[in-house]
Ligand binder design. Sequence first.
Ligand code: 0PR
Length: 352
Amino acid sequence: MRAEPQDFSRVLSSMCTEPHPAAREAAETFLATNPGDPGTYQTVAELEGDAVDALGEIAGLDEPHGYIASGGTEANIQAVRAARDLAATDAPNVVAPESAHFSFRKAAGILGVELRTAPVDSDYRARVDAMTELADEDTALVVGVAGSTEYGRVDPLAALSDVADDAGALFHVDAAWGGFVLPFTDEEWHFDHVGVDTLTIDPHKMGRAAIPAGGLLARSPDVLDALAVDTPYLESTEQATLTGTRSGAGVASTVAALEALWPAGYREQYVRAQNNAEWLADALDERGYDVVEPTLPLVAADVPRSLFARLREEGWRISRTGAGELRVVCMPHVTREMLESFVADIDALART
Ligand code: 0PR
């Protein structure tokens, strides 16, 4: 194979990042293991238990049930699937804000569940009144987002948890991206603080594990039981995951990253990322662009289409929100120097 490894020096669009060196090494060591077959690959199966316990600690859950999934999409699909199968209705629906990740659309399509999406408020957070209006006795799951894909917003989770309770539904929080930064903010997102039933928290995003490593956590073992199927010809008797053969690399690198970084390293990483996001927001604001205040390390700003296109031509990997704004995710590989050079390019291009 002749190909250069990925260069992160102009990547501002991704929710993934360079793995921690220890995570990279662990991924390589466990590349040929399959946690989907714990009877054969015992070490990686034990590591998965450690990973779930550590994710539970981050998310404020003493006895977490869950597993390392292929990513946030799988975790969200499985949360919908468990809720559907636990609900006592023939016509289940899921109520989510329109800011929820598109993986919920996949989940609804695959699982034959109706997805009802509620509008968000002027700060891009779920509107509790609109969510309440959509929920009824057939609601199997209410979804809140803790760190939204487009604007990094955290929904009013305690109130949404009440909406779920009132409808007799489970409450799922999607902290796929936010989970590794929220512990260092004042946001209320914990299992401890709000009545969360299931949670998505992805080590392969802010957690600095190798891809593929998503996390699904549940308060009750019933959720995993609902997902489990019998596995007649494996030594283990049941499997709750969506995929069969899975990556031991994702599992082992999750444990390695958590050992290296939780909590001090992640705190440092968050502070640096948040400062960078605020610095970029100020820089764009000073240049007259409308900026969405970054509450988490993600900046959105209204820049002209032509400027966006020319920045991409300069090699900047940038993305857009649904509304067309420039979107920059301040991941751990994004340094102040990178952002300074990005803003310098904006200045140079805006002049011509
Ligand atoms: N939930 C939230 C809140 C997300 O932001 C994402 C991914 C998911 C779930 C789904 O996670 P997986 O992609 O792990 O299944 N959000 C990013 C997006 O769709 C994913 C992404 C990641 C995109 C890296 C580009 C990229 O380079 O925008």
